[in-house]
Design a protein around this ligand. Structure first.
Ligand code: ADP
Ligand code: ZN
Ligand code: ZN
Length: 753
């Protein structure tokens, strides 16, 4: 292993610094140091944990010594390091922070190595001290060869001994589950030399106690079979091949993934499955665990740091062949990956929104390319950019056009709300709710999560104010009586009459779930109404509790935000109402049409999944908007054709590459000044580099203040990735904001609010 020429290592530190550092390895540690391990090093006036990247040639100058080595085994491989380096370069984020984000939290606690004695006198293992989270051990009892003169035993002690004889060994918990409190008997048996007690490391597997029924693969239908064959071919070839698997919910995508994974395991390779956090339900995990007998690791935010660390170590040690996880699982230390699945690839939750703002969906393609894996992006409503890539031939397009059980998609109808401006429920919706209740059907009423009323709309004609440069809706600032663009610095005085129809009925829009609940209760006093939003679901299991009530038929009408639209099947739901499609449609975001199309399609998929056909009613002040019309017609291709034209004309992805430079701080003044300085610097640099990248802003972020911090953003729009990256790298080297202002670069921003 020690093929190094020098005794110098290059390390990265988990700080916002671009450079790597060199340290000398003292003779005593030279056999312990390895790339991929953490070391403890002096850094300025303090000491911190650093990641060893490589042995280095001797640089000039004085070097400090590594103080100690913190790991007995490397935490990342050379291959993973290249992946981290790629991500650091692409997202313009310091390598040390990338590595820190990629490793599980439990491991990052900066512990110092010490050997200590446990209470029982034994010496704690190295790892117990090094990882932030102690390894969990459990008492096990093992049968020993019987002595020449076996002692006579009776009762519980004898039963336990015989039990252990048949099973060989068992953890204490299992023995006490069978025989009740057995500590006396176990002590006795051990004293007689019949059994031995030992402590073994166990993993905190949340599914450990569950027994899974084996299930067998289903016979694929024609389109599933076609898709499977194409992907399997690529898998056998062992080359990087990206696919888009396009099919509505219930079209059998997951079954295709399972077949592919089975093939992949047979080839001796592993599988990485990414799902949005919200879809990572026990049902999904059960489906995998029932199908495959091999080790499966599950990574999601509900795990305790200890559980997460355990899952991570199982993967690192090669004990699992399938990893299922949310966003951060893209960094799972899985080797020999044959296939990476990204389910619901359009989900915004694949994007990390703070700090190292990576997108797991995009990184899946990069990791797949580096590891010669097949990558399958699955969705009912692929991103416009993904579909475009497929049309361009950069992804192979596969379609599952029908639902497996041939259930028809429910009819969706758009209700024009313009003539009845102030009513929450239009008559059609009230009638539908009443009828559905009378028939014993359940209804979902859906509100957009982002219901904040920041844009102004004409309630008579549906006119909204848009930025002439950026085509996004303008944001209304009450204090300044103006409409602002939060992409560029365009603004407009707030008019009191609508420029479209001269109406004076211009106002803010948006209703909270609470108000909708009150109104439902007035209209339908007999209905059992429940609300699902961040208020009612706080606390662990809050979500599941409400969904269980719905499933058990104890709720007639459920009002909720995005969360009710995702993941689950509710066969009893036969009516879905969208209270106002306008909040989504008019968000000041260039993706608002795409988001609305996805949302309406998803909501539509919730109705009538049982035997009864479902109805979907969508209330809107823009009933002719293509996103709504196409979604109601279940016409993805039509929507794509409209939306790609908009993107081309307005200059948004896939025709440009975007990045934002974000500033935040507790002083509005210094945030503003710094953003101005940065913009000036960027514009100067733009001339110097002669880049075609546009610099827009600074503009106040839509949510100008979040958690007490003021925010400003600059938007960069570039015709090529290369130019954008070069431009931003130079900027980052040159421009250093003062300590009171935080600057964060977001490449490929998803949420620019
Ligand atoms: P998706 O992932 O697209 O939502 P699933 O794979 O979950 O679709 O399939 C939807 C339902 O249809 C599941 O209950 C699944 O068991 C069933 N299913 C999928 N493929 C088949 C098949 N070839 N034959 C019979 N049932 C199938
Ligand atoms: Zn108007
Ligand atoms: Zn603008």
């Amino acid at each position: 292993m020690k093929d190094h020429k020098s005794n110098i290592v290059e390390v990265a530190v988990p700080l916002p610094l671009d450079t790597t550092f060199h340290y000398r390895v003292p003779e005593t540690l030279v056999n312990e140091v390895e790339p991929g391990k953490r070391v403890f090093v002096p850094f300025g006036r303090r000491k911190l944990t650093a990641y060893v990247l490589a042995w280095a040639d001797a640089p000039t100058g004085d070097l400090k010594d590594v103080i100690e080595v913190l790991d007995s085994e490397p935490l990342f491989t050379a291959e993973e390091l290249s992946f981290f380096r790629w991500a650091a370069g692409y997202y313009l984020h310091p390598l040390g922070e990338v590595i820190k984000a990629a490793l599980p939290a439990g491991i990052n606690i900066e512990t110092r190595r010490r050997v200590v004695a446990n209470e029982d006198g034994s010496v704690a293992s190295e790892e117990q001290l090094k990882g932030g989270k102690p390894v969990r051990t459990e008492a096990f009892y093992r049968i020993l060869p019987p002595p020449a003169n076996p002692p006579r035993l009776r009762g519980k002690a004898l039963n336990i001994l015989e039990f252990l004889r048949t099973v060989g060994d068992a953890p204490r918990v299992l023995i006490s589950r069978n025989f009740g409190d057995s500590s006396q008997q176990l002590k006795k048996l051990a004293g007689l030399g019949l059994i031995a007690e030992e402590r073994r490391e166990v993993y905190r597997d949340p599914f450990r106690e569950e027994v899974f029924q084996q299930d067998s693969p289903l016979v694929l239908n024609e389109s599933q079979s076609f898709s499977f064959t194409r992907i399997a071919q690529a898998l056998d070839d062992g080359k990087f091949s990206p696919f888009l698997l396009h099919g509505v919910t219930g079209s059998g995508k997951t079954e295709v993934y399972l077949h592919i994974i089975s093939r992949c395991l047979a080839l001796g390779k592993t599988a990485l499955v990414l799902v949005p956090e919200i879809a990572l339900t026990p049902q999904l995990v059960r489906r995998f665990k029932s199908r495959f007998r091999c080790g499966i690791a599950v990574l999601h935010s509900g795990l305790s740091p200890g559980e997460r660390y355990d899952e991570w170590r199982r993967i690192r040690r090669g004990e699992v062949c399938i990893v299922i996880g949310a966003r951060s699982a893209i960094f799972a230390p899985l080797e020999k990956i044959g296939v990476i699945v990204v389910d619901e690839e359009h989900e915004a939750s694949y994007k990390q929104t703070e700090g190292f703002t990576y997108n797991a969906r995009d990184l899946a393609l990069v990791r797949g390319k580096m590891g010669n894996s097949v990558v399958v992006l699955g969705s009912a409503t692929p991103l416009i950019t993904t579909y475009y890539a497929a049309m361009e031939g950069r992804l192979e397009y596969l379609e599952l056009p029908e639902r497996v059980r041939n259930l028809p998609l429910p009819d969706a109808e758009i209700i024009d709300g313009r003539a009845r401006k102030s009513e929450t429920f239009l008559p059609q919706l009230v009638t539908a709710l009443t009828d559905n209740l009378a028939r014993g059907g359940q209804s979902l009423l859906f509100l957009n999560r982002r219901g904040f009323a920041t844009f102004v709309i004409c309630r008579d004609c549906g006119h909204v104010f848009r930025c002439p440069n950026c085509s996004v809706t303008l944001t209304y600032h009450r204090l300044r009586q103006r409409h602002f663009c939060h992409y560029c610095d365009f603004s407009l005085p707030a008019p009191s009459v609508c420029p479209g129809c001269s109406s004076t009925e211009i106002g803010l829009l948006g209703r909270g779930t609470e108000r909708v609940e009150e109104e439902v209760k007035i209209v339908l006093p007999d209905a059992r109404v429940a609300r699902m939003d961040s208020d009612t679901t706080s606390g662990k299991g809050g979500h599941a509790r409400i969904l269980k009530k719905l499933e058990d038929g104890n709720i007639d009408i459920l009002i909720g935000t995005q969360m009710i639209a995702k993941g689950h099947d509710y066969p009893g739901v036969t009516l879905v109402g969208v209270i106002s499609a306008d909040t989504a449609l008019n968000l000041p975001d260039f993706r608002s049409a795409e988001r609305t199309f996805q949302m309406v399609s998803q909501v539509t998929g919730r109705a009538g999944r049982g035997d009864a056909p479902g109805i979907v009613l969508i209330q809107s002040l823009s009933p002719d908007h293509y996103a709504l019309v196409r979604a109601a017609d279940h016409d993805f291709a039509g929507f794509y054709a409209d939306e790609i034209e908009f993107r081309r004309e307005a200059g948004y992805p896939p025709f440009t590459c975007l990045a934002t430079v974000n500033f935040s701080g507790t002083s509005a003044e210094s945030v503003e000044k710094n953003a101005e300085d940065a913009a000036r610097h960027l514009r100067r640099l733009r001339q110097q580099l002669n880049t075609r990248t546009e610099v827009l802003g600074p503009a106040p972020a839509l949510l100008a203040k979040v958690r007490g911090r003021y925010r400003r953003q600059i938007l960069l729009k570039s015709p090529t990735r290369r130019e954008l990256n070069r431009f931003l790298s130079s900027f980052r080297m040159e421009f250093k904001p003062p300590a009171v202002v935080r600057m964060n670069i977001d490449v490929d921003p998803v949420d620019m609010l």
